[in-house]
Ligand binder design. Structure first.
Ligand SMILES: Cc1cc2nc3c(=O)[nH]c(=O)nc-3n(C[C@H](O)[C@H](O)[C@H](O)COP(=O)(O)O)c2cc1C
Length: 509
């Protein structure tokens, strides 16, 4: 199937919310809800396995006075494939397989942003001593969180001091005082590269801006691996089919979407004695990461916001029955990335790639058209040898192209009857780099300060038909017996009588 995108510029967060409302994708909560634990619990329970609605909370305890600075929280909008398709300008019913295919190229397109003089995000400007982050609703999303998280799904903007190219990433941030927010940023992320470059120039602080609440492409691009040197604003422009209007910050020369709901401007401390304690926080694995430690901290210099702004937040951490926005998006785009890795490595016959949302590509399924012995091992080797495998693709299952990898029962059946551990179908690649957040790795082995990375013992499950077996004359020269499924002719003849036999009403078979 060839996908034709009709890019949509929603205008701002409000335009996106309006689109969702009209399409029946939004659930508004008008009853009073507590931002301490209750809102997070409701969102986690309501999101379901990719089936829940986007949610707008209109009545927040402690933030529902007429003069409260920010009175609403919006979230859960991209934890569903229908809404991911809508963001990309595709029909809501687009199959995830097609989203994966589109994801192979979507982050490479660009429409440069447009600089404008003013924007709605400047309707209110609070600077210097007047800044008080407590005026913004930063929920305690989970009981075990280390504090209130204001930055959960925002665009964190920094720039390279030499090239001036900006980067927009999602990095969580916890409020520690009226004007400080330590953030979690891994050194390998693009913001980490900027930190290194500013430090090399002798800077003690680096300008930073946090844009909260805009069109869905902002969180999507900021949370995705847009290649270094390409600014996420360009990719956001390509996704919406129009340039993103940007305004200059009040206290730095960074630029933010002009119609963002809230912008937090500040300086990120680069010296370790300015770090503040941050964490723990619910992680994407569905577990809390025991990572309370001193982190680089934003010293807030200004807050600007629209009139009656809407806070954008997300509930992080994915579990069976409750899929997060991060998990739904990662599932698609980590699959796309894996497919590109396999193509670049020259592995032939790749038919489909899929890492289901519940584990967001930690386990990856690949369907191939086998043409020679050892092809499944080539798949695993290519994936594990790529840097994309650092935090993904721990278990790789390879099946033949008659298996639908979007159907777990089909994969399970292939594993049951096409895997023989005594015939090298289970291969362990021990002690590779890996995700530092995986609790199945001993704590010491995933200490990034000791080893720079986690440690994974990876597994290939080769559930393809073994081409090492001899062709069997009894089965007409194939290596495996025929399945019990009827021939095409017998099936067509039976289907032709389906209605006559009253079987169409059973909705089965
Ligand atoms: C909801 C969400 C939360 C995230 N939290 C963090 C985080 O706290 N720290 C981090 O380094 N990456 C985090 N990520 C992943 C980064 O956003 C992602 O790796 C992105 O590619 C980083 O941008 P960059 O490639 O420009 O560095 C998060 C992603 C999402 C979607």
């Amino acid at each position: 199937m060839t996908l034709t995108r009709k890019p949509v510029a929603f205008g701002d967060l409000r335009g996106w919310i309006e689109t969702l409302r009209k399409s029946g994708e939004l659930h508004e909560v008008n009853a009073e809800v507590d931002i301490d634990f209750e809102i997070g619990t409701i969102m986690r329970l309501a999101q379901g396995p990719g089936t829940g609605p986007a949610m707008l909370f209109n009545n927040l305890k402690g933030y529902n006075k007429p003069d409260s600075r920010c009175r609403r929280i919006f979230g859960s909008s991209l934890n569903n494939n229908r809404r991911i398709a809508m963001m990309l300008g595709l029909p809501p019913e687009t199959h995830p397989r097609d989203l994966v295919k589109l994801g192979r190229t979507i982050l490479q397109d660009a429409i440069a942003p447009r600089i404008v003089k003013d924007g709605a995000c400047k309707e209110n400007v609070i600077a210097g001593k007047n800044v008080d982050l407590a005026e913004l609703p930063a929920p305690y999303w989970n009981r075990l969180d280390g504090g209130r998280y204001l930055i959960t799904y925002a665009g964190v903007v920094t720039k390279d001091p030499t090239t001036n190219v900006m980067n927009v990433g999602v990095y969580r941030g916890m409020v520690t005082s009226r004007n400080t927010i330590p953030i979690l940023m891994w050194r390998a992320q693009h913001i980490g590269h900027h930190v290194t470059e500013w430090r090399a120039k002798g800077a003690k602080e680096m300008p930073i801006a946090v844009a909260i609440g805009w069109e869905p492409s902002m969180g999507f691009c900021a949370g995705s691996p847009v290649p270094k040197g390409i600014c996420e604003y360009d990719v956001m422009g390509a996704i919406r089919g129009e340039p993103v209007d940007l305004v200059k910050c009040e206290t730095s020369d960074l630029y933010v979407p002009a119609s963002a709901e809230i912008v937090i401007e500040g300086m990120l401390g680069l010296e370790e004695d300015t770090y503040q304690m941050e964490g723990p926080y619910a992680e994407f694995t569905g577990y809390f990461a025991g990572d309370r430690s001193p982190k680089p901290t934003i010293r807030v210099t200004a807050i600007t916001h629209r009139n009656d702004p809407i806070m954008r937040g997300t509930i992080e951490g994915c579990m069976p029955g409750s899929y997060s926005e991060n998990a739904m998006i990662s599932s698609i785009f980590r699959s796309s990335t894996a497919w590109n890795v396999l193509d670049r490595a020259g592995v032939p016959g790749i038919v489909d790639v899929w890492g289901p949302p519940v584990q967001a590509g930690i386990n990856l399924n690949v369907a191939i058209k086998q043409s020679y012995r050892g092809q499944a091992k080539q798949v695993a080797n290519a994936l594990w040898g790529s840097s994309a495998a650092h935090v993904r693709y721990k278990q790789v299952t390879v099946v033949d192209d008659d298996i639908d990898i979007h159907d777990y029962a089909a994969i399970d059946w292939a594993i049951a009857y096409r895997v023989n551990a005594g015939e090298n179908d289970i291969v362990i690649m021990p002690a590779t780099f890996g995700l530092g957040l995986d609790p199945s790795t001993r704590k010491r082995d995933r200490d990034p300060t000791l080893f720079g990375t986690g440690k994974w013992n990876r597994v290939l499950i080769d559930a393809t038909i073994n081409l090492d077996y001899d062709p069997d004359p009894e089965f007409g020269g194939t290596r495996y017996p025929p399945t019990v499924w009827p021939s095409k002719e017998d099936e067509a003849a039976a289907r032709a009588r389906w209605t006559e036999l009253g079987l169409d009403k059973l909705k089965r078979g």
